[in-house]
Design a protein around this ligand. Structure first.
Ligand code: GAP
Length: 436
Protein backbone atom coordinates (compact mmCIF):
# COMPACT_ATOMS: atom_id res chain seq x y z
CA UNK A 1 0.00 0.00 0.00
CA UNK A 2 1.35 3.46 -0.84
CA UNK A 3 1.42 6.12 1.87
CA UNK A 4 -1.45 7.95 0.21
CA UNK A 5 -3.61 4.78 0.11
CA UNK A 6 -2.74 4.02 3.72
CA UNK A 7 -3.61 7.59 4.80
CA UNK A 8 -7.03 7.36 3.16
CA UNK A 9 -7.79 4.05 4.91
CA UNK A 10 -6.64 5.56 8.21
CA UNK A 11 -8.91 8.56 7.70
CA UNK A 12 -11.93 6.36 6.96
CA UNK A 13 -11.19 4.17 9.98
CA UNK A 14 -10.76 7.16 12.24
CA UNK A 15 -14.01 8.76 11.01
CA UNK A 16 -15.83 5.46 11.65
CA UNK A 17 -14.60 5.40 15.24
CA UNK A 18 -15.02 9.13 15.92
CA UNK A 19 -18.58 9.26 14.69
CA UNK A 20 -19.82 5.93 16.00
CA UNK A 21 -20.05 3.97 12.77
CA UNK A 22 -17.69 1.03 13.25
CA UNK A 23 -15.39 -0.03 16.11
CA UNK A 24 -12.74 -2.68 16.51
CA UNK A 25 -14.32 -5.90 17.90
CA UNK A 26 -13.80 -6.39 21.68
CA UNK A 27 -11.83 -3.14 21.74
CA UNK A 28 -11.54 -2.68 25.52
CA UNK A 29 -9.84 -6.10 25.72
CA UNK A 30 -7.29 -5.17 23.08
CA UNK A 31 -9.50 -6.37 20.24
CA UNK A 32 -10.02 -9.69 18.48
CA UNK A 33 -8.41 -9.92 15.05
CA UNK A 34 -10.83 -10.16 12.15
CA UNK A 35 -13.91 -8.88 14.01
CA UNK A 36 -15.65 -5.50 13.86
CA UNK A 37 -18.55 -4.02 15.81
CA UNK A 38 -21.03 -1.63 14.24
CA UNK A 39 -21.98 1.35 16.41
CA UNK A 40 -25.35 3.16 16.27
CA UNK A 41 -24.79 4.89 12.93
CA UNK A 42 -22.97 1.95 11.34
CA UNK A 43 -25.75 -0.42 12.39
CA UNK A 44 -28.25 1.94 10.78
CA UNK A 45 -26.22 2.14 7.56
CA UNK A 46 -25.89 -1.65 7.45
CA UNK A 47 -29.58 -2.11 8.15
CA UNK A 48 -30.48 0.26 5.29
CA UNK A 49 -28.18 -1.57 2.88
CA UNK A 50 -29.64 -4.96 3.82
CA UNK A 51 -33.23 -3.69 3.60
CA UNK A 52 -32.62 -2.19 0.18
CA UNK A 53 -30.98 -5.41 -1.02
CA UNK A 54 -33.92 -7.47 0.27
CA UNK A 55 -36.30 -5.20 -1.58
CA UNK A 56 -34.39 -5.26 -4.88
CA UNK A 57 -33.37 -8.92 -4.85
CA UNK A 58 -36.44 -10.43 -3.18
CA UNK A 59 -39.68 -8.50 -2.62
CA UNK A 60 -39.65 -6.37 -5.81
CA UNK A 61 -39.57 -9.62 -7.81
CA UNK A 62 -42.13 -12.37 -8.13
CA UNK A 63 -39.69 -15.27 -8.60
CA UNK A 64 -37.80 -14.99 -5.31
CA UNK A 65 -38.34 -16.55 -1.87
CA UNK A 66 -36.54 -15.14 1.14
CA UNK A 67 -35.48 -17.49 3.93
CA UNK A 68 -33.56 -17.28 7.19
CA UNK A 69 -31.85 -20.55 8.03
CA UNK A 70 -29.89 -21.65 11.12
CA UNK A 71 -26.17 -20.90 11.29
CA UNK A 72 -25.47 -24.26 12.92
CA UNK A 73 -26.25 -27.09 10.54
CA UNK A 74 -25.91 -30.84 10.47
CA UNK A 75 -22.18 -31.41 9.73
CA UNK A 76 -23.13 -33.67 6.82
CA UNK A 77 -24.21 -30.46 5.00
CA UNK A 78 -20.58 -29.36 4.83
CA UNK A 79 -19.36 -32.81 3.86
CA UNK A 80 -21.83 -32.84 0.98
CA UNK A 81 -21.00 -29.29 -0.09
CA UNK A 82 -17.29 -30.15 -0.26
CA UNK A 83 -16.26 -27.66 2.42
CA UNK A 84 -14.92 -30.26 4.88
CA UNK A 85 -12.50 -31.64 2.31
CA UNK A 86 -11.89 -28.64 0.09
CA UNK A 87 -12.50 -25.27 1.78
CA UNK A 88 -8.90 -24.44 2.57
CA UNK A 89 -6.18 -21.92 1.92
CA UNK A 90 -2.47 -22.68 1.53
CA UNK A 91 -0.63 -21.91 4.76
CA UNK A 92 3.06 -21.45 5.58
CA UNK A 93 4.54 -20.93 9.04
CA UNK A 94 7.72 -19.12 10.09
CA UNK A 95 10.03 -21.43 12.06
CA UNK A 96 11.40 -18.44 14.04
CA UNK A 97 8.50 -16.10 14.96
CA UNK A 98 5.76 -18.74 14.40
CA UNK A 99 3.61 -16.30 12.43
CA UNK A 100 1.37 -17.89 9.82
CA UNK A 101 0.79 -16.55 6.31
CA UNK A 102 -1.34 -17.36 3.32
CA UNK A 103 1.13 -18.72 0.80
CA UNK A 104 -0.71 -17.15 -2.13
CA UNK A 105 -0.30 -13.68 -0.53
CA UNK A 106 3.51 -13.92 -0.35
CA UNK A 107 6.02 -12.96 -3.01
CA UNK A 108 8.89 -14.94 -1.50
CA UNK A 109 7.95 -18.39 -0.21
CA UNK A 110 11.29 -19.02 1.54
CA UNK A 111 11.65 -16.12 3.95
CA UNK A 112 9.28 -14.71 6.57
CA UNK A 113 8.21 -11.15 5.59
CA UNK A 114 8.20 -10.12 9.29
CA UNK A 115 11.48 -11.51 10.72
CA UNK A 116 13.31 -13.08 7.78
CA UNK A 117 13.11 -16.56 9.41
CA UNK A 118 12.65 -19.70 7.30
CA UNK A 119 9.15 -20.61 6.18
CA UNK A 120 7.75 -24.14 6.42
CA UNK A 121 6.48 -26.03 3.38
CA UNK A 122 2.96 -25.20 2.26
CA UNK A 123 0.05 -27.07 3.88
CA UNK A 124 -3.71 -26.79 3.46
CA UNK A 125 -5.59 -25.08 6.28
CA UNK A 126 -9.37 -25.58 6.48
CA UNK A 127 -11.10 -22.27 7.15
CA UNK A 128 -14.26 -23.55 8.83
CA UNK A 129 -14.69 -22.84 12.55
CA UNK A 130 -15.32 -26.10 14.37
CA UNK A 131 -17.50 -26.33 17.43
CA UNK A 132 -19.16 -29.02 19.54
CA UNK A 133 -22.87 -29.46 19.87
CA UNK A 134 -24.22 -30.58 23.24
CA UNK A 135 -22.40 -31.57 26.41
CA UNK A 136 -19.98 -34.11 24.93
CA UNK A 137 -16.87 -33.15 23.03
CA UNK A 138 -16.23 -36.18 20.84
CA UNK A 139 -16.02 -36.64 17.08
CA UNK A 140 -19.77 -37.29 16.94
CA UNK A 141 -20.67 -33.86 18.30
CA UNK A 142 -18.59 -31.75 15.87
CA UNK A 143 -20.36 -29.08 13.92
CA UNK A 144 -19.24 -25.95 12.06
CA UNK A 145 -20.18 -22.30 11.93
CA UNK A 146 -21.38 -21.89 8.35
CA UNK A 147 -18.72 -20.53 5.98
CA UNK A 148 -21.38 -19.25 3.53
CA UNK A 149 -25.14 -18.75 3.75
CA UNK A 150 -25.65 -20.77 0.54
CA UNK A 151 -25.89 -24.12 2.36
CA UNK A 152 -29.11 -23.11 4.11
CA UNK A 153 -30.76 -22.47 0.76
CA UNK A 154 -29.82 -25.80 -0.84
CA UNK A 155 -31.00 -27.65 2.24
CA UNK A 156 -34.36 -25.83 2.12
CA UNK A 157 -34.87 -26.18 -1.65
CA UNK A 158 -37.31 -29.08 -1.17
CA UNK A 159 -39.18 -27.34 1.68
CA UNK A 160 -39.90 -24.32 -0.50
CA UNK A 161 -40.74 -26.53 -3.48
CA UNK A 162 -43.24 -28.53 -1.38
CA UNK A 163 -44.83 -25.55 0.35
CA UNK A 164 -44.99 -22.97 -2.48
CA UNK A 165 -44.81 -25.11 -5.66
CA UNK A 166 -42.81 -22.50 -7.58
CA UNK A 167 -42.10 -22.97 -11.28
CA UNK A 168 -38.56 -22.67 -12.67
CA UNK A 169 -36.82 -20.33 -12.79
CA UNK A 170 -37.06 -19.25 -9.16
CA UNK A 171 -34.63 -18.45 -6.40
CA UNK A 172 -34.04 -18.50 -2.67
CA UNK A 173 -32.30 -15.64 -0.92
CA UNK A 174 -30.99 -14.93 2.51
CA UNK A 175 -28.96 -12.45 4.47
CA UNK A 176 -26.92 -13.66 7.38
CA UNK A 177 -23.64 -14.24 9.13
CA UNK A 178 -20.85 -16.39 7.76
CA UNK A 179 -17.63 -17.35 9.52
CA UNK A 180 -14.19 -18.13 8.14
CA UNK A 181 -11.02 -18.67 10.08
CA UNK A 182 -9.04 -16.48 7.68
CA UNK A 183 -5.27 -16.94 8.00
CA UNK A 184 -4.61 -13.26 7.56
CA UNK A 185 -7.66 -11.04 8.16
CA UNK A 186 -7.08 -7.39 7.35
CA UNK A 187 -7.79 -4.23 5.46
CA UNK A 188 -10.55 -3.19 7.87
CA UNK A 189 -13.87 -4.81 6.88
CA UNK A 190 -12.44 -6.34 3.72
CA UNK A 191 -11.30 -9.65 5.15
CA UNK A 192 -12.77 -10.56 8.51
CA UNK A 193 -13.45 -13.82 10.30
CA UNK A 194 -17.09 -13.02 10.99
CA UNK A 195 -19.05 -11.22 8.30
CA UNK A 196 -22.43 -11.08 6.63
CA UNK A 197 -23.50 -12.22 3.19
CA UNK A 198 -26.51 -11.47 1.01
CA UNK A 199 -26.88 -14.44 -1.30
CA UNK A 200 -29.21 -15.74 -3.96
CA UNK A 201 -29.41 -19.31 -5.24
CA UNK A 202 -31.37 -19.07 -8.48
CA UNK A 203 -32.63 -22.39 -9.87
CA UNK A 204 -32.94 -22.78 -13.63
CA UNK A 205 -33.34 -25.42 -16.31
CA UNK A 206 -29.83 -26.46 -17.38
CA UNK A 207 -30.25 -25.00 -20.88
CA UNK A 208 -31.17 -21.55 -19.43
CA UNK A 209 -28.16 -20.89 -17.25
CA UNK A 210 -26.48 -18.39 -19.59
CA UNK A 211 -29.58 -16.24 -19.81
CA UNK A 212 -30.01 -16.20 -16.01
CA UNK A 213 -26.32 -15.44 -15.54
CA UNK A 214 -26.63 -12.33 -17.73
CA UNK A 215 -29.82 -11.26 -16.00
CA UNK A 216 -28.23 -11.38 -12.54
CA UNK A 217 -25.11 -9.66 -13.82
CA UNK A 218 -27.39 -6.75 -14.80
CA UNK A 219 -29.17 -6.78 -11.43
CA UNK A 220 -25.81 -6.58 -9.63
CA UNK A 221 -24.62 -3.70 -11.81
CA UNK A 222 -27.85 -1.77 -11.11
CA UNK A 223 -27.45 -2.46 -7.41
CA UNK A 224 -23.91 -1.05 -7.28
CA UNK A 225 -25.12 2.07 -9.04
CA UNK A 226 -28.06 2.51 -6.69
CA UNK A 227 -25.89 2.36 -3.55
CA UNK A 228 -23.61 5.02 -5.01
CA UNK A 229 -20.48 3.12 -6.08
CA UNK A 230 -18.59 4.98 -8.77
CA UNK A 231 -18.75 3.20 -12.10
CA UNK A 232 -15.07 3.79 -12.73
CA UNK A 233 -14.22 1.92 -9.50
CA UNK A 234 -16.05 -1.30 -10.41
CA UNK A 235 -14.44 -3.94 -12.64
CA UNK A 236 -15.60 -7.30 -13.89
CA UNK A 237 -13.09 -10.09 -13.72
CA UNK A 238 -13.73 -13.38 -15.46
CA UNK A 239 -12.15 -16.08 -13.31
CA UNK A 240 -9.83 -18.36 -15.27
CA UNK A 241 -10.89 -22.00 -15.41
CA UNK A 242 -7.93 -23.20 -13.32
CA UNK A 243 -8.81 -20.74 -10.51
CA UNK A 244 -12.54 -21.53 -10.24
CA UNK A 245 -13.94 -22.60 -6.85
CA UNK A 246 -14.54 -26.34 -6.63
CA UNK A 247 -18.29 -25.94 -7.27
CA UNK A 248 -18.20 -23.46 -10.15
CA UNK A 249 -18.15 -23.81 -13.95
CA UNK A 250 -18.06 -20.06 -14.50
CA UNK A 251 -17.51 -17.12 -12.15
CA UNK A 252 -17.36 -13.40 -12.75
CA UNK A 253 -16.01 -11.41 -9.82
CA UNK A 254 -16.97 -7.80 -9.42
CA UNK A 255 -13.86 -6.08 -8.20
CA UNK A 256 -13.72 -2.68 -6.58
CA UNK A 257 -11.03 -0.07 -6.28
CA UNK A 258 -10.69 0.18 -2.49
CA UNK A 259 -8.20 2.68 -1.04
CA UNK A 260 -5.72 -0.22 -0.71
CA UNK A 261 -6.16 -1.38 -4.30
CA UNK A 262 -8.40 -3.38 -6.60
CA UNK A 263 -9.87 -6.46 -4.90
CA UNK A 264 -12.98 -8.63 -4.97
CA UNK A 265 -16.27 -7.11 -3.92
CA UNK A 266 -18.87 -9.66 -5.10
CA UNK A 267 -19.05 -12.92 -7.00
CA UNK A 268 -21.47 -14.25 -9.58
CA UNK A 269 -21.13 -17.99 -10.07
CA UNK A 270 -22.65 -20.74 -12.16
CA UNK A 271 -22.72 -23.62 -9.66
CA UNK A 272 -24.27 -26.12 -12.12
CA UNK A 273 -26.29 -28.88 -10.37
CA UNK A 274 -23.30 -29.58 -8.10
CA UNK A 275 -24.96 -28.73 -4.78
CA UNK A 276 -28.37 -30.28 -5.26
CA UNK A 277 -26.83 -33.50 -6.63
CA UNK A 278 -24.40 -33.75 -3.73
CA UNK A 279 -27.02 -32.97 -1.07
CA UNK A 280 -29.29 -35.55 -2.63
CA UNK A 281 -26.50 -38.15 -2.53
CA UNK A 282 -25.54 -37.38 1.07
CA UNK A 283 -29.07 -37.03 2.49
CA UNK A 284 -30.73 -39.74 0.44
CA UNK A 285 -33.55 -37.30 -0.34
CA UNK A 286 -34.73 -36.69 -3.89
CA UNK A 287 -33.95 -33.07 -4.81
CA UNK A 288 -35.16 -33.11 -8.38
CA UNK A 289 -37.78 -30.83 -9.90
CA UNK A 290 -40.78 -32.11 -11.85
CA UNK A 291 -41.48 -30.22 -15.06
CA UNK A 292 -45.25 -30.51 -15.64
CA UNK A 293 -45.06 -29.58 -19.34
CA UNK A 294 -42.35 -32.04 -20.28
CA UNK A 295 -43.42 -34.60 -17.64
CA UNK A 296 -39.77 -34.85 -16.68
CA UNK A 297 -37.80 -35.00 -13.41
CA UNK A 298 -34.40 -33.26 -13.43
CA UNK A 299 -31.99 -31.47 -11.11
CA UNK A 300 -32.08 -27.69 -11.61
CA UNK A 301 -28.86 -25.78 -12.17
CA UNK A 302 -27.90 -22.77 -10.07
CA UNK A 303 -26.78 -19.19 -10.65
CA UNK A 304 -25.45 -17.57 -7.49
CA UNK A 305 -25.01 -13.82 -6.97
CA UNK A 306 -23.07 -13.58 -3.70
CA UNK A 307 -22.62 -10.21 -2.02
CA UNK A 308 -20.69 -9.48 1.17
CA UNK A 309 -22.48 -6.93 3.38
CA UNK A 310 -19.33 -5.66 5.06
CA UNK A 311 -17.41 -5.30 1.80
CA UNK A 312 -20.43 -3.36 0.52
CA UNK A 313 -20.16 -1.01 3.51
CA UNK A 314 -16.42 -0.60 2.95
CA UNK A 315 -16.94 0.16 -0.76
CA UNK A 316 -19.70 2.67 0.05
CA UNK A 317 -17.53 4.42 2.64
CA UNK A 318 -14.50 4.42 0.32
CA UNK A 319 -16.41 6.14 -2.45
CA UNK A 320 -18.42 8.46 -0.20
CA UNK A 321 -15.50 9.82 1.86
CA UNK A 322 -14.44 13.26 0.65
CA UNK A 323 -12.44 16.21 1.90
CA UNK A 324 -12.58 19.78 0.64
CA UNK A 325 -11.31 23.14 1.74
CA UNK A 326 -14.06 25.54 2.77
CA UNK A 327 -13.14 29.05 3.94
CA UNK A 328 -9.62 27.94 4.85
CA UNK A 329 -10.79 24.89 6.80
CA UNK A 330 -10.93 21.24 5.85
CA UNK A 331 -14.45 19.88 5.52
CA UNK A 332 -14.89 16.10 5.76
CA UNK A 333 -18.04 14.90 4.09
CA UNK A 334 -19.53 11.46 3.49
CA UNK A 335 -21.45 11.73 0.25
CA UNK A 336 -23.89 8.91 1.02
CA UNK A 337 -27.01 8.37 -1.05
CA UNK A 338 -30.13 9.45 0.92
CA UNK A 339 -31.64 5.98 0.46
CA UNK A 340 -28.92 4.42 2.67
CA UNK A 341 -27.71 7.35 4.80
CA UNK A 342 -28.04 6.53 8.54
CA UNK A 343 -29.64 9.93 9.11
CA UNK A 344 -31.56 11.52 6.25
CA UNK A 345 -32.36 14.86 7.87
CA UNK A 346 -30.98 16.77 10.84
CA UNK A 347 -33.15 19.31 12.62
CA UNK A 348 -31.17 22.06 14.30
CA UNK A 349 -32.56 24.96 16.34
CA UNK A 350 -30.38 28.07 15.89
CA UNK A 351 -30.63 28.65 19.66
CA UNK A 352 -31.98 26.53 22.49
CA UNK A 353 -33.87 29.51 23.95
CA UNK A 354 -36.89 31.63 22.93
CA UNK A 355 -39.00 28.65 21.89
CA UNK A 356 -36.71 27.61 19.00
CA UNK A 357 -35.85 24.24 20.57
CA UNK A 358 -39.53 23.48 21.17
CA UNK A 359 -40.41 24.34 17.57
CA UNK A 360 -37.53 22.21 16.23
CA UNK A 361 -38.62 19.27 18.40
CA UNK A 362 -42.16 19.61 17.08
CA UNK A 363 -40.88 19.44 13.47
CA UNK A 364 -38.66 16.46 14.40
CA UNK A 365 -41.59 14.53 15.88
CA UNK A 366 -43.65 15.05 12.74
CA UNK A 367 -40.93 14.17 10.19
CA UNK A 368 -39.72 11.17 12.21
CA UNK A 369 -42.80 9.23 11.17
CA UNK A 370 -41.38 8.72 7.67
CA UNK A 371 -37.71 9.68 7.78
CA UNK A 372 -34.52 8.87 9.65
CA UNK A 373 -33.99 12.00 11.70
CA UNK A 374 -31.59 13.47 14.21
CA UNK A 375 -32.31 16.42 16.46
CA UNK A 376 -29.17 18.28 17.54
CA UNK A 377 -28.98 21.43 19.67
CA UNK A 378 -25.42 21.24 21.03
CA UNK A 379 -22.60 23.52 19.87
CA UNK A 380 -22.44 26.28 17.27
CA UNK A 381 -24.53 25.87 14.14
CA UNK A 382 -21.36 25.61 12.01
CA UNK A 383 -20.04 22.75 14.16
CA UNK A 384 -23.39 20.98 13.93
CA UNK A 385 -23.40 21.22 10.11
CA UNK A 386 -19.86 19.75 10.04
CA UNK A 387 -20.89 16.86 12.30
CA UNK A 388 -23.80 16.03 9.99
CA UNK A 389 -21.52 16.30 6.93
CA UNK A 390 -19.18 13.76 8.52
CA UNK A 391 -21.94 11.19 9.03
CA UNK A 392 -23.36 11.74 5.57
CA UNK A 393 -26.69 13.43 6.42
CA UNK A 394 -27.98 14.76 3.07
CA UNK A 395 -30.09 17.63 4.49
CA UNK A 396 -30.12 19.85 7.57
CA UNK A 397 -33.12 21.94 8.59
CA UNK A 398 -32.48 25.00 10.71
CA UNK A 399 -35.17 26.54 12.88
CA UNK A 400 -34.53 30.27 13.49
CA UNK A 401 -36.43 33.39 14.60
CA UNK A 402 -38.17 33.77 11.23
CA UNK A 403 -39.58 30.25 11.69
CA UNK A 404 -41.62 31.51 14.64
CA UNK A 405 -42.93 34.42 12.57
CA UNK A 406 -43.70 32.87 9.19
CA UNK A 407 -43.56 29.07 9.62
CA UNK A 408 -40.52 28.67 7.33
CA UNK A 409 -37.14 26.97 7.85
CA UNK A 410 -33.84 26.91 6.02
CA UNK A 411 -32.85 23.65 4.42
CA UNK A 412 -29.18 23.01 3.68
CA UNK A 413 -27.89 20.61 1.05
CA UNK A 414 -24.88 18.59 2.32
CA UNK A 415 -23.03 18.50 -1.01
CA UNK A 416 -23.49 22.04 -2.32
CA UNK A 417 -23.88 23.58 1.17
CA UNK A 418 -26.53 25.84 -0.41
CA UNK A 419 -29.45 26.88 1.76
CA UNK A 420 -33.03 27.53 0.75
CA UNK A 421 -35.91 28.93 2.73
CA UNK A 422 -39.03 26.79 2.52
CA UNK A 423 -42.38 26.54 4.31
CA UNK A 424 -42.62 23.91 7.05
CA UNK A 425 -45.59 22.26 5.38
CA UNK A 426 -43.54 21.71 2.18
CA UNK A 427 -40.56 19.98 3.85
CA UNK A 428 -41.78 16.45 3.07
CA UNK A 429 -42.46 17.12 -0.60
CA UNK A 430 -39.16 19.04 -0.93
CA UNK A 431 -37.27 16.08 0.50
CA UNK A 432 -38.99 13.41 -1.57
CA UNK A 433 -38.22 15.43 -4.68
CA UNK A 434 -34.56 15.83 -3.71
CA UNK A 435 -34.11 12.22 -2.56
CA UNK A 436 -34.36 10.96 -6.17
N1 GAP B 1 -21.53 -18.74 -1.64
C1 GAP B 1 -20.42 -18.30 -2.40
C2 GAP B 1 -19.40 -17.66 -1.60
O1 GAP B 1 -19.47 -17.64 -0.39
P1 GAP B 1 -17.16 -16.28 -1.77
O2 GAP B 1 -16.53 -15.62 -2.96
O3 GAP B 1 -16.30 -17.19 -0.95
O4 GAP B 1 -18.41 -17.08 -2.35
C3 GAP B 1 -18.83 -14.35 -1.34
O5 GAP B 1 -17.82 -15.17 -0.85
C4 GAP B 1 -18.68 -12.93 -0.86
O6 GAP B 1 -18.61 -12.88 0.56
C5 GAP B 1 -17.40 -12.25 -1.34
O7 GAP B 1 -17.53 -11.74 -2.64
C6 GAP B 1 -17.26 -11.14 -0.31
O8 GAP B 1 -18.14 -10.07 -0.61
C7 GAP B 1 -17.76 -11.82 0.96
N2 GAP B 1 -16.65 -12.37 1.75
C8 GAP B 1 -16.02 -13.55 1.57
N3 GAP B 1 -15.06 -13.72 2.50
C9 GAP B 1 -15.07 -12.63 3.29
C10 GAP B 1 -14.31 -12.20 4.43
N4 GAP B 1 -13.37 -12.96 4.98
N5 GAP B 1 -14.60 -10.99 4.99
C11 GAP B 1 -15.57 -10.21 4.47
N6 GAP B 1 -16.32 -10.56 3.39
C12 GAP B 1 -16.07 -11.75 2.81
Amino acid sequence: MTKEQNDRMEKILSLCKRRGLIFQGSEIYGGLAGTWDYGPLGAELKHNVKNLWWKRFVTDRDDMYGIHSAILMNPRVWEASGHVSGFSDPLVECSKCKRRFRADHLENLDKCPECDGNLSGEKQFNMMFKTNIGATEDGESISYLRPETAGGMFVNFKNVLDSFHPKLPFGLAQIGKAFRNEISPGNFLFRSREFEQMEVEYFVSPENWKHAFEEWRGVMIDWMKEIGLKKEHVFEHEIAEKDLAFYSKRTVDFEFKYPFGREELYGLAYRTDYDLVRHSEYSGIDLTYFDEDQKLHFTPHVIEPSLGVDRTILAILSDAYDEEEVEGEMRVVLRLKPIIAPIQVAVLPLMKKDGLAEKAKEITRELKKNLRLMYDESGSIGKRYRRQDEIGTPFAITVDYDTLKDQTVTIRDRDSMKQERIAINTISSYLSEHFQ
